[in-house]
Write a protein that binds this ligand. Structure first.
Ligand SMILES: Cc1cc2nc3c(=O)[nH]c(=O)nc-3n(C[C@H](O)[C@H](O)[C@H](O)COP(=O)(O)OP(=O)(O)OC[C@H]3O[C@@H](n4cnc5c(N)ncnc54)[C@H](O)[C@@H]3O)c2cc1C
Length: 311
C-alpha cells in the first residue's frame, strides 16, 4: 500500500518475479511526496540519471506499472486483519503478503486560513498539476518552504505570468539559492512579512488583504488565482491498530524489511532501522529486499533467480 516512488518501484520489481500486485493509494494520483511536494525539482541522486525532475521520475516508474499492477486509487487503507495465512485489507481484498510503503502517511494540505465560498475556492490551489493553465495570469504564491519557492519559479517560467511570492516572515525556510533566483526575476515580486487577512472576489479577481507583520498596515493585492504552499499534514496513525511495532510513528523492520508480524513488510520512508536515511534510492533497494524475502517465503522449494536478466 502506498504508490509513492518506492511503492511504484516495488510493484515493478514484484512483477519481474511473477508476483501479482494490487497497489492502494489514498490520493487520486500516484507519485507520493515527489509528485505532490516537489514535482518540478531536479533530483540529482537517482542512480543512472544525472538529473531527473520528480514528475518525470514518477512517469517513468508508472509506465512500467500501468501494464502490470492493479491500482486502487482514492483508497486510504484503514483496516488490515490476518486470518489463517492470509491478510484481509479493508474487509475486501485477500492477499498473501503486505508491503507497507505509506511514506510519511496520507497527506492533507494545510488550508488557507480564511473563510472562503465555493467561487473563491475554485481559484485557490494546493498543488500545481499543470503550470500551463496559469499562463498570462497574475498569481499569488503563499508560503516560505521549498514547495512554495519551486511553484513560484515554475509559474514564473510560463508566458505572461506575474507572480507575487508572499510569506509571513522575512526569512524563507526553503533554499536561499531559490529565493535569490526568484528575486532576480522581473516578473516576480517577493512580499514579506505579510499575512493574508481577507479574501473576496471583486471585478472577477481575487482581492486579498495582506497585513504587514508587526504593524497595522493592510495592503490589497489582486490575483487571478493563488497557490497555497503551507505544507501538508501527514497521518500514519492507522498503522497503530495493525499491531506492528512503531518507533516515532515509523515501522520497525528487520534487515529483510519484515515487521514483527510475519508476512507484513515495510519499506521506504515509513520504515525505520538504525542508520536509515529518507532517500528514494534507498527505498528502491528496500523494495528489492522485501520482494526477494517474500519470494523465498512463498516458494521455499524454488531456487530463486536474483538477477532480472536471468528471470
Ligand atoms: C522537499 C523534498 C525534497 C526531497 N528531495 C529528495 C531528493 O532530492 N532525493 C531523494 O532521494 N529524496 C528526496 N526527498 C525524500 C523523498 O521524497 C522520500 O524519501 C520518498 O518520497 C519516500 O518515498 P515513499 O514511496 O516511501 O513515500 P511517499 O513518497 O511519502 O509516498 C507514500 C504514498 O503512500 C500513500 N499513502 C499514505 N497512507 C496511505 C494509506 N493509508 N493508504 C493508501 N495509501 C497511503 C500516500 O498518499 C503516498 O502517495 C525529498 C523530500 C522532500 C519533502
Amino acid at each position: 500500500m502506498g504508490a509513492g516512488p518506492v511503492g511504484l518501484f516495488c510493484a515493478n520489481f514484484a512483477h519481474l518475479h511473477g508476483l501479482k500486485t494490487v497497489v492502494f493509494d489514498s490520493l487520486a494520483e500516484v507519485g507520493g511526496q515527489p509528485k505532490l511536494l516537489y514535482p518540478f525539482k531536479k533530483i540529482l541522486d537517482i542512480p543512472a540519471f544525472s538529473s531527473i525532475s520528480a514528475c518525470e521520475l514518477i512517469e517513468k516508474l508508472q509506465t512500467e506499472d500501468k501494464q502490470n499492477a492493479t491500482f486502487i486509487l482514492n483508497h486510504p487503507v484503514v483496516d488490515l486483519k490476518k486470518i489463517d495465512r492470509k491478510f484481509i485489507i479493508d474487509n475486501n481484498f485477500s492477499v498473501k503478503s503486505v508491503i507497507i510503503a505509506t511514506g510519511t502517511g496520507s497527506f492533507t494540505p494545510k488550508k488557507f486560513p480564511l473563510k472562503m465560498d465555493d467561487e473563491i475556492e475554485k481559484r485557490v490551489h494546493y498543488y500545481v498539476r499543470d503550470p500551463q493553465k496559469f499562463k498570462n495570469q497574475k498569481i499569488g504564491v503563499f508560503g516560505g518552504g521549498d514547495s512554495a519557492l519551486d511553484w513560484a519559479a515554475e509559474l514564473a517560467d510560463q508566458p505572461g505570468t506575474k507572480i507575487n511570492l508572499i510569506h509571513r516572515r522575512n526569512e524563507f525556510r526553503g533554499l536561499e539559492s531559490s529565493v535569490q533566483k526568484l528575486k532576480s526575476l522581473k516578473n516576480v515580486e517577493v512580499q514579506t512579512p505579510y499575512l493574508p487577512k481577507s479574501i473576496q472576489i471583486r471585478d472577477n479577481l481575487l482581492n486579498i488583504g495582506l497585513k504587514e507583520m508587526g504593524t497595522s498596515n493592510i495592503i490589497h493585492e489582486r490575483f487571478d488565482q493563488i497557490i497555497v504552499g503551507y505544507g501538508f499534514r501527514a497521518n500514519n496513525q492507522f498503522v497503530k491498530k495493525w499491531g506492528v511495532n512503531l518507533n516515532n510513528n515509523q515501522i520497525e523492520v528487520s534487515r529483510s524489511m519484515e515487521t514483527n508480524i510475519p508476512g507484513i513488510y515495510a519499506i521506504g520512508d515509513v520504515s525505520t532501522y538504525p542508520g536509515r536515511v529518507p532517500l528514494i534510492g534507498l527505498g528502491f533497494g528496500e523494495a528489492q529486499i522485501a520482494i526477494t524475502t517474500i519470494m523465498r517465503a512463498l516458494f521455499p522449494e524454488k531456487t530463486l533467480t536474483i538477477h532480472s536478466t536471468s528471470i
